[in-house]
Design a protein around this ligand. Structure first.
Ligand SMILES: NC(=O)C1=CN([C@@H]2O[C@H](COP(=O)(O)OP(=O)(O)OC[C@H]3O[C@@H](n4cnc5c(N)ncnc54)[C@H](OP(=O)(O)O)[C@@H]3O)[C@@H](O)[C@H]2O)[C@@H](O)CC1
Ligand SMILES: [K+]
Length: 487
């Protein structure tokens, strides 16, 4: 599990280490880690042409110290000082001592022929998008041939939210210190960070503000059936989705539930004929949820319409004491009557995309983690806010950021698949917030497998779910015992 820590958390942990280590020691650790990753990425040191973009804070100091180390290994390093009078004094002296050169002129910094560019403009102390001088240097770097490596954080990206207010450094790699910041994996920042390399600088960190599951974490939560299990003990999920005219959502959602956790899936709704034809394994009724038989969780909403019948079905399932996943059309209905979800005794999971989210009156700016948390606390539910990096927030503030998936998943019907996957996990009795995070991870991996051969359609994702489970199970370091529930 990767813990995500805010800039304030990292700064507080840094100050503890600073208080008990010699001056500059922490920055040396960071710079040594940075130079090591750079050498690995470049594959050589001697003759390597490196340009450092150096801001006026400690982020620039990291770049200067790493530049000094690279110079000593035979690299030709130029530091472009964006604010020469304020460049980190010790770092600047170190680079000069090692034989590196410095300039204040972007045109003379060798960006047109650099092999490697280190972005040390701003780190956790940055505010807003790049200022004009920094933006010009970044534009030259992007136009040049060098590998773009961000120091701690791509400059211009908000460390805590990933918001990019203006321009930012489009890194191919980010070497981050002490902890992964949320802004590297969520929101726009995710697209600017490239591959993230974490350098341990010996911080003692508090509980993370959010978490990202690994393949091994997810595999450990998908327990194999035991000898004593039967179809009921594996979890029975009920699905109300699709319509007689558009049965697709019912077919996809039911199929995804079957392929994620093949205990038992009961379908109730007007797409009954289509679902029966597609999935003989499901128990199907064209009646209402109450006619479906006993279930342990409900999925309600995909393609089910927003008429009075759909509204009364939503009210019926939310009146049960079972976990309920509310998606798509049912979210539109719930936004008009949120009191149906507030105060339920059993967990409720909402799976909105941005438009569905704002229908509830919740604001959605650049802080997707904050927005999902506010919404979850408002209604006392788990919110799975779909996006390039899906955010899952529970009513108690537990937060996950999903790290799997592919842009190919942005196609019709994949949301119906996600609902089926998470619904199946809810029916096993898994904690609702965890089920949403585990489901999002599994769905993303299945999407990646389905997209390997090119464009995917939603039923390809359903088909690849078993292979995705297998892939997760073969991930390294899968603990043998069932781990405790994440809090
Ligand atoms: N603490 C430690 O021991 C360790 C810290 N470490 C490192 O320190 C980093 C944090 O350093 P930091 O706090 O000095 O802030 P930093 O990110 O360099 O930025 C501040 C400077 O940027 C400027 N600036 C602001 N916004 C801007 C913009 N949009 N566009 C352009 N410029 C902008 C701002 O200017 P001002 O507003 O003052 O005019 C100020 O000059 C952290 O990320 C890690 O890399 C590691 O070495 C480990 C040990
Ligand atoms: K940076």
């Amino acid at each position: 599990m990767t813990g995500l820590h805010t800039a304030d958390q990292v700064r507080a942990a840094e100050s503890q280490v600073l208080a008990r280590t010699p001056e500059g020691a922490l920055m040396q650790r960071a710079a040594t880690g940075l130079a090591t990753v750079c050498l690995r990425l470049a594959g050589r040191a001697v003759g390597l042409r490196v340009t450092l973009l150096v801001g006026a804070g400690d982020n620039g100091g990291d770049a200067l110290w790493a530049g000094a180390l690279l110079t000593r290994r035979g690299a030709a390093v130029t530091g472009l000082l964006l604010d020469p009078a304020r460049a980190h004094p010790a770092g600047l002296a170190a680079l000069r001592r090692a034989g590196g050169r410095v300039t204040g002129d972007p045109a003379a910094a060798g960006l047109h022929r650099a092999d490697l560019v280190l972005d040390g403009i701003t780190g956790t102390g940055g505010r807003g998008g790049l200022r004009p001088g920094a933006a010009e240097a970044v534009a030259r770097a992007v136009a040049g041939p060098g590998l773009l490596v961000a120091v701690d954080l791509p400059s211009g990206v908000d460390a805590d939210t990933g918001a990019v207010d203006g321009e930012a450094f489009p890194a191919q790699h980010t070497v981050t210190f002490g902890a992964v910041k949320p802004g590297l994996v969520v929101g726009e920042g995710r697209g600017f960070a490239g591959r993230v390399h974490l350098v341990d600088i010996g911080l003692e960190l508090p509980a993370p503000t959010a978490r990202q599951l690994t393949d091994a974490d997810v595999a450990a939560r998908l327990a194999d059936p035991g000898a004593g299990d039967d179809k009921y003990s594996q979890g029975v999920v009920g699905v109300h989705a699709g319509s007689a005219t558009y049965p697709g959502a019912g077919v996809l959602c039911t199929g995804a539930a079957l392929r994620s956790r093949p205990g038992l899936v009961r379908y109730a709704g007007t797409a009954a004929e289509g679902v029966r034809a597609a999935w003989p394994e499901a128990i199907v009724t064209d009646g209402r949820p109450a006619d479906a038989g006993r279930v342990q969780a409900w999925v309600v909403g995909p393609g089910a319409g927003t008429d009075d019948e759909a509204r009364s079905v939503l009210a019926e399932v939310l009146a049960t004491d079972l976990p309920v996943l509310v998606d798509a059309d049912a979210l539109t209905l719930l936004a008009a009557s949120p009191e149906l979800a507030r105060g339920r005794s059993a967990p409720t999971v909402l799976t909105p995309h941005d438009r569905e989210f704002t229908r509830f009156g919740w604001e959605l700016g650049g802080d997707r983690i904050g927005a999902a948390r506010t919404a979850a606390a408002d209604l006392g539910v788990t919110v799975l806010l779909k996006g390039d990096a899906t955010v899952v927030a529970g009513p108690d503030g537990t937060t996950f950021v999903n790290g799997t998936g592919t842009p190919w998943l942005a196609t019709a019907g994949t949301g119906d698949v996600l609902s089926g996957v998470v619904g199946a996990l809810l029916a096993t009795g898994m904690d609702a917030t965890e089920a949403a995070a585990v489901g999002a991870h599994l769905h993303g991996r299945a999407g990646q497998l389905a997209a390997a051969g090119g464009p995917l359609i939603a039923s390809d994702v359903v088909r690849h779910l078993p292979a995705a489970v297998h892939l997760l199970r073969t991930a390294p370091h899968v603990p043998r015992a069932r781990p405790p529930v994440i809090r």
